[in-house]
Design a protein around this ligand. Structure first.
Ligand code: HEC
Length: 141
């Protein structure tokens, strides 16, 4: 008892001191650490980067850029029409869906995403429209 009591006090004092300095340093360290992973999801790989080597992507984006699609559609933000990422989330990339959506791009249509119509693209061949749609349906998040 006689020995342990002052020892405990000494230990407490030491612990207090190390806590005071060590603790202070540590909190700045942890904020720096937590800031890094928190910022990471914001810089997640863009859909463009994720698929840029995929042949469906390469063929499709070329045709989409050669047409007027980009004036109404963006990859991950809705403008006049739904974003490609939204369209890809709604439809599975099956032959059936690609054909159906290619027909819609050629004929135009309205009512699936809202009241704004997509104009017809009568000059597009079915093959080109399918390549474009296959590219769009690739762009899942
Ligand atoms: C003038 C604006 C405009 C242009 C140009 C345009 N779109 Fe659209 N697109 C829309 C709108 C609006 C919708 C939503 C239509 C709806 O709600 O049914 C849409 C819908 C779509 C859909 C989803 C259809 C569905 O039924 O879910 C696809 C796929 C698509 N567009 C692809 C294309 C491609 C490929 C091109 C270029 C050849 C293109 N769009 C050009 C406005 C446009």
């Amino acid at each position: 008892m006689k020995i342990t009591k002052p020892l405990n006090l000494a230990l407490l004092a030491v612990a207090g001191l190390t806590f005071a300095c060590g603790g202070g340093e540590k909190s700045t360290e942890t904020t720096a650490e937590t800031a890094a992973p928190a910022a990471a999801p914001a810089q997640e790989v863009s859909l463009e980067d994720k698929y840029k080597d995929n042949p469906i992507y390469i063929k499709g984006i070329e045709k989409v850029k050669g047409s007027d699609c980009t004036s109404c559609h963006m990859v991950d933000r809705k403008i006049v029409g739904p974003s490609y990422a939204e369209v890809a989330a709604k439809y599975e990339s099956t032959e059936e869906n690609i054909t159906m959506l290619a027909q819609k791009v050629i004929a135009g249509g309205v009512g699936v995403w809202g009241e704004v119509p997509m104009p017809a693209h009568p000059g597009l061949s079915e093959e080109d429209a399918k390549d474009m749609v296959a590219y769009v349906l690739l762009l899942k998040k």
